[in-house]
Design a protein around this ligand. Structure first.
Ligand SMILES: C[S@@+](CC[C@H](N)C(=O)[O-])C[C@H]1O[C@@H](n2cnc3c(N)ncnc32)[C@H](O)[C@@H]1O
Length: 364
């Protein structure tokens, strides 16, 4: 706090001048720290007396709100440190949608349709916010599943569509099952149905999208292979593939019939991520963003696991920690032809992101 006061004292006079006679209140907000006792809050607030504000203090609906923000880091025993790492002092100029209940509104349990892969509502909104999804943009989630990101993108006004290899996730249930709900119902529930394009069943690594289709934004969490399959179309059994290729039903090649279900084979997270970057580099307009979540075991050399593409600038790497593993939100921007970043493909990365194997072996 001493540094904050030293800084505020050098420049507060000009900054507070327009607000000297307004009604006001002070707030003390902690990030990760325990809520402060009233006495301690008052001590912090009183330490700003030198501002000399002349207006009346009003706790409800004041004209101005001044806030002291303190951010604490968490110790190994999972308790916050006793002293904050960072402090800020500021005047409130506006509140985010969070203050208007958006996180509560999009809570997963309140949606008609969700599943085991549904991504947290708050972080889906954060992801779309960082992707700068805007009214009228075309937003694509290539691993759409139950559609958390699509729904969040729709909230910000994006026209969304998605694809997934899992037919049942898109259909919301097995054919013939009663009272099936699906992603479309979630959009209806939130009154954003005009923002829902559609979903298609497709292996992302064998994309059926038109080659010249440009999408403004790509947001997703690619499959880690934990709660869902990490698969692509194809088979490792070449003999059975040969048989399938030649199989006829009613004189028609079996694999050309509508009801044919492609065999799937496992693939790696690294392979999928390289494909995602290549696709994004081709399909995003200059300035368009790709945002996705990448998991890693905490003992890995994480910076060296992050994929890169020469046409995409990596601008943010934001971490969410769990026990022994973490995931990172990676935000890339497509740059124009004059930009040449580095390319780091799976062959060039230090070692494999074999998160799935490490997870099931408890990161030993
Ligand atoms: C982590 S989940 C994404 C969940 C989604 N964000 C949601 O809210 O439900 C990954 C998804 O990728 C899909 N997937 C796996 N392999 C795929 C592939 N080759 N092509 C397209 N989707 C694939 C899985 O079926 C799964 O739904």
């Amino acid at each position: 706090m001493d540094d904050v006061h030293a800084d505020v004292r050098t420049r507060y006079e000009k900054l507070t001048e327009p607000y000297m006679d307004c009604t006001f209140k002070f707030e003390v907000v902690e990030y990760q720290g325990a809520k402060k006792a009233k006495k301690e809050q008052i001590r912090i607030i009183d330490s700003f007396k030198y501002l000399g504000l002349r207006g009346k203090i009003r706790l409800s609906n004041p004209a101005q709100v001044f806030t002291v923000l303190q951010s604490y880091s968490i110790e190994a025993d999972l308790c916050p440190r006793s002293e904050p790492d960072y402090c800020w002092f500021g005047r409130q100029v506006g509140l985010s949608a969070r203050s208007h209940g958006i996180v509560d509104r999009y809570e997963i349990a309140k949606r008609p349709y969700f599943g085991t892969t549904t991504f947290e509502s708050e972080l889906s909104l954060v992801t779309c916010n960082l992707a700068l999804v805007k009214e009228g943009q075309l937003v694509y989630d290539p691993f759409v599943g139950t559609g958390s990101f699509a729904l969040a993108a729709g909230h910000f006004g994006g026209y969304t569509f998605g694809s997934d290899i899992d037919f049942l996730a898109l259909k919301g249930g097995r054919p013939g099952q009663k009272d099936i709900k699906r992603l479309k119902d979630n959009f209806k529930h939130y009154g954003t149905q005009t923002k829902f394009g559609d979903v298609l069943c497709m292996d992302f690594t064998n994309s059926a999208l038109r080659k010249d289709l440009i999408v403004d934004t790509i947001v997703c969490d690619p499959p880690y292979g934990i709660r869902e399959g990490l698969r692509v179309c194809g088979t490792t059994n070449l003999e059975s593939a040969k048989l399938t290729e030649n199989k006829l039903i009613d004189g028609e090649k079996a694999f050309l019939r509508r009801e044919y279900v492609q065999p799937k084979k496992p693939c790696t997270l690294d392979f999928m991520l390289d494909d995602l970057l290549r696709f994004s580099a081709e399909r995003l307009p200059v300035g368009g963003r790709l945002c996705f979540w990448m998991p890693a075991a905490d003992d890995e050399d994480i910076p060296r696991l992050i994929p890169q593409h020469e046409k995409l600038e990596l601008i943010y790497v934001l971490e969410q920690s769990f026990y022994r593993w973490s995931r990172r939100l990676l935000v890339y921007v497509k740059r124009d032809g004059s930009y040449t970043g580095k390319t780091v493909t799976k062959e060039e990365r230090a070692h494999e992101n074999n998160f799935r194997e490490r997870y099931f072996n408890r990161f030993i």
